[in-house]
Design a protein around this ligand. Structure first.
Ligand SMILES: Nc1ncnc2c1ncn2[C@@H]1O[C@H](COP(=O)(O)OP(=O)(O)O)[C@@H](O)[C@H]1O
Ligand SMILES: [Mg+2]
Length: 357
């Protein structure tokens, strides 16, 4: 039975800037189940990263959640039999103790931009060790009562943390991890820095991994290795993954369910197989047609989606996709805003083709 870990409920995110208000995320809803992977796809600028940052309560200023809520079903890391706590992330103080505890220890995020997120003055071993010291605990038996062992938890030691760091560096495919553990970020290549960030995120065995275009900068064999590592961890610690990407091949391989976003709106959501074989929204269909196919002659041009992503201050009337849509119905799509409807069980679409209008 699917058990929800994170529920994104009708979330709206606004940025109030000099020229007006940008509705970066405009009513997005999806649930990330425990131990499952959800894929989030859509062209650049559609609000994928902003939604993820809202889930970590780390929106850049002046961004704010103006409507909706993000609910985290929090389980104790040490005692799964303890009742779960319901935490409304959107109401937490972004610098408060609880969210800081959740970030890193229970949720981890791999960012798109690895350069800016590693502190240059620490070695990779220290960076991983710092995360471990805060968030990873080791069980110790302190006694026995009847047949039950009494457990307590202690922090990892310096030596253990170095060992775990080396092991993680090896798992993410860093060559000579015994030496690299003492390297500074500037001594690593861009791809290696990205892998160090992945090692930091995974070393704390989070419940929720938010992977925002995690492997875009990596070559294909390393990418495969990292994806395997994520799946391995998913099994061993029941980790959920929010996998944000524009690589449809990778998302097909990783995700059970897919959310398609366009201009801050969720336009389709369904099981991965449904999205690939029976896409409903013209935008999803166009995205799928833009995947390169094996065997296609190189002189043939790849299908690309016609038109440009509109300016956020001058959004099209009606359905925001209508100026680019191959199924555009004049007098309808440029006038009526489509509702988000369930066209078959667990398959949701926002398109007038599926409404009686
Ligand atoms: N710091 C910011 N200030 C103002 N607007 C922003 C900021 N960050 C994001 N946005 C707006 O949010 C939209 C969605 O951004 P983002 O979620 O990063 O897109 P992507 O889907 O490529 O991850 C952008 O097109 C932009 O209009
Ligand atoms: Mg992004």
């Amino acid at each position: 039975m699917a058990e929800p870990l994170l529920e994104i409920k009708d979330v709206h995110v606004e940025f109030e800037v000099r020229d007006g208000i940008v509705h970066a995320v405009d009513g997005v809803s999806y649930t990330v189940n425990r131990g499952e992977t959800i894929g989030i796809i859509g062209e650049s600028g559609c609000g994928k990263s902003v939604t993820a940052k809202a889930a970590m309560q780390m929106l850049p200023k002046p961004g704010k959640v103006s409507q909706g809520e993000i609910i985290y079903h929090r389980r104790s890391k040490f005692d799964p039999s303890k009742p779960q706590e319901v935490v409304n992330i959107t109401q937490l103080d972004p610098d408060g103790e609880l969210i800081r505890h959740i970030r890193g220890g229970e949720f981890a995020m791999i960012f798109q931009e690895p350069m800016s997120s590693l502190t240059p003055v620490y070695t990779t071993g220290t960076l991983i060790g710092e995360a471990l010291a805060l968030h990873r605990w080791v069980p110790v038996t302190v006694g026995e009562q009847m047949s039950n062992k009494i457990m307590q938890y202690r922090h990892v030691t310096k030596e253990e943390s170095r060992e775990i760091a080396i092991e993680m560096l090896q798992k993410v495919g860093i060559p000579k991890p015994h030496e690299r553990v003492d390297a500074y970020p500037h001594q690593l290549s861009g791809g290696q820095r990205q892998r160090v960030m992945i090692a930091i995120a995974l070393s704390c065995e989070p419940f929720m991994l938010i992977a925002d275009e995690p492997t875009t900068a990596l070559d294909v064999s390393i990418e495969a290795q990292i994806l395997d590592l994520m799946r391995e961890l998913q099994q061993s610690v029941e980790m959920s993954i929010m996998f944000i990407t524009h690589n449809l091949g990778v998302v097909a391989e990783m995700a059970k369910e897919i959310v398609v976003m366009y201009m801050g709106k969720q336009v389709e959501k369904a099981d991965t197989v449904k999205v690939f074989y029976e896409p409903k929204h013209p935008y999803t269909r166009a995205l799928l047609q833009s995947i390169p196919k094996v065997g296609r002659r190189t002189s043939e041009r790849l299908a690309s989606i016609k038109g440009m992503v509109p300016d956020p201050f001058h959004l099209p009337s009606g359905c925001v996709f209508h100026p680019r849509c191959p199924s555009f119905m004049p007098g309808k799509c440029d006038v009526i805003k489509p509702k988000y409807i369930e066209v078959e069980p667990d398959h949701w679409v926002r398109c007038l083709l599926y409404e009686d209008v």
